[in-house]
Design a binder for this molecule. Sequence first.
Ligand code: UDP
Length: 451
Amino acid sequence: MERQGKRRRRVVLVPWPFQGHINPILQLGSILHSNGFSVTVVHTQYNPPDPSSHPDFSFLSLPDTSSDYNVLTGDALDFVLQLNAKCKARSRECLAEVMRQQGSDNGIACIIYDEYMFLSEETAKDLNLPSIILRTSTASNFLARTALIQLKTEGHIPFPESRSQDPVPKLYPLRFKDLPFSIFANLENFLQIVSKTSNSKTSSAIIHNTINCLENSSLAKIQQQCQIPIFPIGPMHKIASASSSSLSEEDSSCLAWLHKQSCNSVIYVSLGTIAFMDVKELVEMAWGLTNSRQPFLWVVRPGSVHGAEWIEVLPKSLKENIEERGYIVKWAPQKKVLAHNAVGGFLSHCGWNSTLESICEGVPMICRPCFEDQRVNARYVSHVWNVGLELESELERGEIERTIRRLMVDEEGKEMRKRGKNLKERIEFCIKEGGSSNNSLNKLIEMIMSF
Ligand code: UDP
């Protein structure tokens, strides 16, 4: 709440320009705004957030030529480094301008930057401002990512196919195939990104969008390794006011379709914002879904199928089958979908936002991870929290059908739904007053106020 007669202190947020990173940082902005801070978002021209969804925030754009860059086929290291380099000079100017506008009192309290926008650490230091890192994936993923460097030194990676099922030393429950490699970069380049994002010299704290009750031991390990406090304040989408930061237009017609389905009957399918499939996989998925005899809501992102615009490549007879029990959209209001009582399962790529959104609604999952942290998340969902099954083989209709029935119909799935409900309740407890996330958030706010 605005403090009477006093100007609010300002926090500056610097997002990494992808949906899975923009959502949590803007949620954090909403949380801080409702705790008395003003918020300025300093963003790239590539994938800019929509200011109209956050009328209380100020937005400043950094000129970058990254829109010319083919992000999804290029090398990730190049993209990360280029974007950081291009934004650097202007970022300093931008912030100096915000500081001038704010005057000397109650100026910028701190800069909170996505770990991939590491240029911000130096900008903050140059301007004598405190900075805080935001990590949008899990603590366990961070540990696995940093372990890659050691594993490489010890000659464990790259690993042969024959070792893919072997456990990774000291990283239970991960197998070699679960390690969070990037889809884009070669190993050497990826390790450079890992090292850049894990070595902060001057930032004051680290915020994690995760929860103690999910990742107690990983969080404790990280805290042991680092000198600055870490604040696990998740799930931020449950704490922030419910504004959308979607970069695509949501098709809400699927909610009306969900209203007509019975409780826990629908399997929701989405592979997030970056993963791709080929036409063969699209067809196998379509057959698997229709053969499962469960109603399904399927998000097929335009352009996400190599060699097709959308679903025009599906045979007519298959489309007719789909219409009988399925509903396909280009983009869904996912949080509302997962909260709908008709949804009884989520076939997901296991991006961390999607995973958290599912767990927070007690919806059990079928995990189809593609790359990076998705593999770690899938392993935790299926082997630590025990609220999901992993689709491990190639996408094949028979396997998809069987796995959906295991989750949606069989006793095994019912047990998972019960565990999911229990986990949901534990998470709700963590965000209430006195709960672990609530305590962390209060400490974070105290820290920012003290700057
Ligand atoms: N999302 C959505 N509608 C969709 C698909 C995804 O709103 O049809 C949102 C979803 O709720 C989540 C984000 O997009 O917040 C995807 O982030 P995630 O970390 O799960 O995956 P990414 O796509 O970044 O790998």
